[in-house]
Design a binder for this molecule. Structure first.
Ligand code: ASP
Length: 585
């Protein structure tokens, strides 16, 4: 990486360069004095090179560097020499530069936190000085990984005939989905653009236009309520294809996923299993199961609802999991589990356990209500062996499933079954088309209103909406949803019916989505697609819980940019031009 200011980077010199005259530029990572020598670790994006200054032979230089501090930017010239004590941990560890000339390019204030792999800075501080945080290896490497992943995706998609097309950021606000970020229009007072939550309708229009295979690595904007590790702006790998079945989409993107793992992680993915939404809920209590470990749910209504235990008798679902080898859990450990499920985040009222002891005896928290013979039937149904612990929850079906899912994941953690670096990839298929909301008393699209019902369910769309499934699918890696998509509606009449089921009047539907339904009248091909979360994909591939670590300039949990201090008020002049009410004070 020779430039006019340097001959080499700080990451490339080694024993082969000994005796060469070189010039390097970089930041001071560390200054150390050792006897008659002073050493500086000089850092740039590529690595660290040790600079050596000899007090006896070069008193002037040594005097000059006395005032230097961390993060100063300097350029040095000197001779590559063999190091006396080598550092096997870094590629430049065999050599150092015996410096003959030095120049300060820029001084630095003392940084507010250490620029080390383990920094002493808290989250907010590091976000405020994100450009310093980005100098740290860990964060820098995340962004380099993101770049590699982007390149791999573009290569693959290009190779299989997908065209990257940009779609607009200033679009219409729509009522479905999350809340929109809106932008007031100066030229049309009282009117607003919205920033797109996804390019969904545009990619469908590109199919109507005949592009056949589209993709885009694209920013999306959702003004959602704060949850940790969500970002108001995030990046999707957005894709759409024409003249395809669900099978074509699953196969195409299995190819992409395998390619990504191979090129960025050197991991060969052989199988990507498929599970229906119904089974995912039944066996894991989640539409994004972590299938790195088994511990499947077992329904126990039939064996536990015939006795005097009211909690179980009143429950819609009684369901258990088996924690292998945990029968000897102490009172304290069992209490911990009970407390875990009682936390507000899980929200259960209690937990029932059955310890299948080594002597064949069953010890349970409901011994009052059940005989040994009953518990034996439970153990048999769960396929629990001596030494195993059965954990049981009960209640309204969906609630009990969700709560047991949390407990299953907790047990997975406790037993070390959720191994970092091990990847279990699943397609969850056959999602329901619609979802009933008790609060607003209406159906919502489970995925979005453009998803088609399965052709064999079209006839019951109005008569039994809850029973309609869709060719909609999610890709799940280790319990994290990485992507989702569907086969779309491409026919105006069906789209109109769908909007009606969602409670839109014909007029509203026409006003909001007339452009799309019109396009369907001009020869729209059958089509479908998928979008993957790019930030999330980075974090999952790198075993990180945080998407923030993979975004150069992320926002905090209050959706603020700590560095810019955005959002901010704007001036009265700007407000006036936009036709908006002026600031209050
Ligand atoms: N637009 C959808 C989303 O953002 C993905 C898709 O259906 O392709 O979730």
């Amino acid at each position: 990486m020779k430039t006019s200011l340097r001959t080499h980077t700080c990451g490339e010199l080694n024993a082969q360069h000994i005796n060469e005259k070189v010039t390097l530029c970089g930041w001071i990572q560390k200054i150390r004095k050792l006897g008659g020598m002073t050493f500086i670790d000089l850092r740039d994006r590529y690595g660290i090179t040790q600079l050596a200054f000899n007090n006896d032979t070069d008193p002037d230089l040594c005097k000059q560097i006395e005032r230097f501090g961390r993060e100063w930017v300097i350029t040095v010239s000197g001779t590559v020499t063999e190091r006396y004590s080598k550092n096997k941990n870094i590629p430049t560890g065999d050599i150092e530069i015996l410096v003959s000339e030095i120049e300060v390019l820029n001084e630095s204030l003392v940084p507010p936190f250490t620029i080390e792999d383990d920094s002493d800075g808290g989250d907010e501080l590091r976000m405020k000085y994100r450009y310093l945080d980005l100098r740290r290896n860990v964060v820098k490497n995340n962004l380099l990984f993101r770049h590699q992943l982007g390149i791999a995706i573009r290569n693959y998609m290009n190779h299989i005939g997908f065209v990257e097309i940009e779609t607009p950021f200033l679009v219409n606000s729509t009522p479905e989905g999350a809340r929109d970020f809106v932008v007031p229009s100066r030229l049309n007072h009282g009117e607003f653009y919205a920033l797109p939550q996804s390019p969904q309708t545009f990619k469908q229009l590109l199919m109507a236009a005949g592009f056949d295979r589209y993709f885009q690595i694209v920013k999306c904007f959702r003004d959602e309520d704060l949850r940790s590790d969500r970002q108001p702006e995030f990046t999707q790998i957005d894709c759409e294809m024409s003249f395809i079945s669900q099978e074509d989409i699953l196969n195409t993107f299995e190819g992409l996923i395998k390619y990504i793992f191979q090129t960025t992680k050197n991991i060969e993915i052989t199988d990507i299993e498929r599970i229906t939404y119904a089974d995912a809920m039944k066996f894991y209590g989640s539409d994004k199961p972590d299938a790195r470990f088994d511990m499947r749910f077992v329904e126990l209504n039939n064996v536990l609802q015939h006795k005097e235990f009211k909690v179980f008798n009143d429950a819609e679902l009684v369901v258990g999991i088996v924690a292998k080898g945990c029968a000897d859990y102490s009172r304290k450990q069992l209490d911990e589990l009970t407390n875990f499920v009682k936390r507000p985040q899980v929200g259960a009222t209690g937990l029932v356990y059955v310890q299948c002891q080594a002597d064949g005896h069953f010890k349970s928290s409901v011994d009052k209500f059940y005989e040994q013979a009953d518990l034996q039937v439970v153990a048999k149904q769960c396929d629990a062996k001596e030494g195993d612990l059965i954990l049981i929850m009960a209640g309204k079906k969906e609630k009990a499933q969700k709560q047991l899912c949390e407990l299953r994941l907790e047990m997975g953690n406790r037993l070390g079954l959720r191994k970092a670096g091990e990847y279990k990839i699943l397609w969850v298929i056959d999602f329901p088309l619609l979802e009933w909301d008790d609060e607003t008393e209406r159906f919502y699209a489970k995925h979005h209103p453009f998803t088609a019902p399965k052709p064999e369910h079209e006839a019951i769309l109005e008569s039994d909406p809850a029973a309609v499934n869709a060719n909609a699918y999610d890709l799940v890696i280790n319990g994290t949803e990485i992507g989702g998509g569907s086969i779309r509606i491409h026919n105006k009449e069906l789209q109109k019916r769908m909007f009606k089921v969602l409670g839109f009047s014909d007029e509203e539907a026409q006003k909001q989505f007339g452009f799309l339904m019109n396009a369907f009248q001009y020869g729209a091909p059958p089509h479908g697609g998928i979008a993957f979360g790019f930030d999330r994909m980075c974090s999952v591939l790198c075993n990180s819980d945080s998407i923030r670590d993979f975004i150069a300039f992320p926002k905090n949990n209050a959706a603020r940019d700590m560095m810019l201090n955005a959002p901010t008020r704007i001036s009265d002049l700007q407000l006036k031009e936009l036709g908006l009410p002026l600031n209050e004070n």
